[in-house]
Design a protein around this ligand. Structure first.
Ligand SMILES: [Zn+2]
Ligand SMILES: [Zn+2]
Length: 259
């Protein structure tokens, strides 16, 4: 599996000096495996996607908070004449299409999904999804309104994408089991410990809790994602320097990893 980190910012995009090193685009990762191009979330990072050739394209959307779908309306994917399979869990009685149409319809956006040349096929998310040789397992996150945690497995390697996730005793145990021995864990560490005290219930976690989970799960590598828009490069570097573990780091836009 080849993983390209396209966007690591949480909540809202950032730009300008001070945000160039880690990047300002919101949640999006591209996973290329066999004949599949699988996007985890469709934040503004989706606009940076490299060309994936004739791989089959799927979008796995954790949830439809703005920062996770912001890239879709202007994505070259929608402007291409290809089939795109979009997966999102039905939430609050709205299926995947209805959730996307909240953003992609007037007055928030001039045109609906059907106007685009691409053929977007919407799917609800069940327990597991088979995409070519990639098996996708899911776990429900702890996040206001709900969010889905994905595990992708391909030829004996796996990665877990756990963003928009707030730790709790029960959920940490469940996630440690779900991410057991995974090769790469992407984990939401939006807040410092001090910030978390003020932001409990907002649905995000910390490096401290992420490292505890990392140890417990036996995962081989952890990368922190969903960086707070108020954390500039200096702040993120300071947080990253505190890790003291070569298997742990903060995700940067443009990073490419092979599993
Ligand atoms: Zn988010
Ligand atoms: Zn969210």
């Amino acid at each position: 599996m080849k993983i390209t980190i396209l966007g690591v910012r949480g909540s809202i995009p950032t730009s300008g000096e001070g945000f160039l090193e880690y990047g300002g685009a919101t949640a999006c990762c591209l996973v290329e495996a066999g004949d599949q191009a699988i996007y985890l979330d469709a934040g503004s990072g989706l606009l940076h996607s490299p060309d994936t050739g004739d791989r089959k394209v799927s979008l796995l959307i954790t949830h439809t908070h703005m920062d996770h779908i912001l890239g879709l309306p202007l994505s070259p994917l929608l402007l291409s004449h290809r089939r795109i399979d979009l997966y999102a869990k039905t939430r609050d009685g709205l299926d995947a299409r209805q959730q996307l149409e909240r953003l992609m319809s007037p007055p928030l956006w001039p045109v609906g999904v059907d106007i685009y040349p691409s053929d977007v096929v919407f799917h609800d998310i069940g327990k597991g999804i088979q995409l070519g040789n990639v098996y996708v397992d899911t776990m429900e996150s702890n996040h206001p309104g709900g969010s889905t945690i994905f595990k992708l497995e391909h030829e004996g390697k796996s990665l877990v994408y756990a963003t928009d996730y707030e730790h709790s005793e029960d959920k940490q145990a469940e996630l440690a089991e779900f991410a057991k021995d995974t090769d790469l864990l992407l984990y939401d560490a939006q807040y410092t410990d001090e910030e978390y005290e003020r932001m409990k219930g907002f649905g995000h976690s910390t490096v401290f809790e992420g490292m505890k989970l990392f140890e417990k799960s036996g995962a081989k590598r952890i990368l922190f994602v969903h960086h707070d828009p108020r954390h500039n490069d200096d702040k993120l570097k300071e947080m990253e320097a505190g890790l003291k573990d070569t298997r742990a780091g903060f995700a940067r836009e443009g990073m490419v990893l092979e599993l």
